[in-house]
Design a protein around this ligand. Structure first.
Ligand SMILES: O=P(O)(O)OC[C@H]1O[C@](O)(COP(=O)(O)O)[C@@H](O)[C@@H]1O
Ligand SMILES: [Mg+2]
Ligand SMILES: [Mg+2]
Length: 336
């Protein structure tokens, strides 16, 4: 059977009127940058890319060398593409403007260049997450932070790359979720996972259990019931997985179902949550909803959160809809 590449798939999407030519080319540039990041990730100690960079990012977190390398690759690849008006990155405090003498396009790109950084040095899967918005600024003006502060429902594309045993590129443009596997010999992403879907029910959950004592009551109750297994109110045993790389945890859920939670807790309350809304929660929420799952903060739909700041954080509950609905119900109606 003839193999369909990401490029061919995107041309089909354009022909069907689902994406513009510019958005197609923008996604191609992002995918090419992800290939380059994947090459660096896979070389590991051979290329001297492991370990700390010796700097802090905008969130005050210590940057790994690969955080910096991945960020540079994405910024440089996308600067000259001509499809973007500006970019925002987890690793950069301010909006990154396209240099004035480069061609500018009508889109805004947001990304977490390297997700799951704590896994780099121990050779466990990491990823890249991205989100694309339309630039609301008319004319030649530079889009500032306010241009980016659109709810997740406005995303025109979202996706991630997973640098695991195989490198994958998973994408939605609002018509289902489609997965591509990198053929390293050919250098192209091959369409291997059409219309990825998340089962409604599951027996698997993902949460950092070491935070248990810091959780709010609804999450304590929900996880407590899961742990009671077949003898408890859920009448079934649940398994647990936690990779500590959101891309890997979400990819597992897209593959076989499950619920992923980074809920509000006493440790991250001051910051509003742990995960970043604009380039972690929103793109993953769009992907999960497009795959038939659900995504909330525990209290409201993530995609409807009105952003206040570029680097805003939110609590996240996403995955199989039965479980996400239950966790959300426990928050909104504790007596239920
Ligand atoms: O170390 P913890 O508290 O389990 O947090 C893990 C979470 O933090 C993150 O690593 C944050 O991503 P970054 O590596 O991009 O900062 C998520 O991918 C993951 O779900
Ligand atoms: Mg991240
Ligand atoms: Mg990161």
């Amino acid at each position: 059977m003839a193999r369909v590449t990401l490029t061919q798939h995107l041309i089909e999407q354009q022909r069907a009127g689902r994406i513009t030519a510019d958005l197609r080319l923008l996604i191609e540039v992002v995918a090419r940058a992800c290939k380059a990041i994947g090459v660096n990730v896979s070389k590991g100690a051979l290329a001297g890319v492991l370990g700390e960079a010796g700097t802090d990012n905008v969130q005050g977190e210590a940057q790994k060398k690969l955080d910096v390398i991945a960020n540079e690759i994405l910024l440089q690849a996308n600067e000259w593409g001509g499809h973007l008006a500006a970019m925002a990155s987890e690793e950069v405090e301010e909006v990154h403007q396209i240099p004035f003498d480069y061609p500018k396009g009508g889109y805004l790109l947001l990304f977490d260049p390297l997700d799951g950084s704590s896994n780099i040095d121990v050779n466990i899967s990491v990823g890249t997450i991205f989100s694309v918005l339309s630039n609301p600024v008319d004319g030649p003006g530079e889009p500032g932070e306010i241009a980016f502060l659109q709810p997740g429902t406005e995303q025109v594309a979202a996706g991630y790359a997973l640098y695991g045993p195989s490198t994958m590129f998973v994408l939605t443009v609002g018509h289902g979720v489609h997965g591509f596997t990198l053929d390293r010999e050919m250098g192209s992403f091959v369409y291997t996972h059409p219309f990825m879907t998340i089962p409604v029910s599951t027996q698997e959950f993902a949460i950092n259990m070491s935070n248990m004592r810091h959780w709010e009551a609804p999450v304590q109750r929900y996880v407590g019931e899961l742990l009671e297994g077949v003898a408890g109110p859920r009448s079934k045993d649940f398994n647990m997985r936690w990779v500590a790389s959101m891309v890997s945890d979400v990819h597992r859920i897209l593959t076989r179902g499950g619920v992923f939670m980074y809920p509000m807790d006493a440790k991250c309350r001051d910051k509003g949550g742990k995960l970043r809304l604009m380039y972690e929660a929103n793109p993953m929420a769009m992907i999960v909803e497009q795959a038939g799952g659900a995504a909330t903060t525990g209290r409201e739909r993530i995609l409807e959160v009105a952003p206040q700041r570029l680097h805003q954080r939110v609590p996240v509950v996403l995955g199989s809809s039965e479980e996400v609905e239950r966790v959300t119900r426990y928050h909104l109606d504790p007596q239920s």
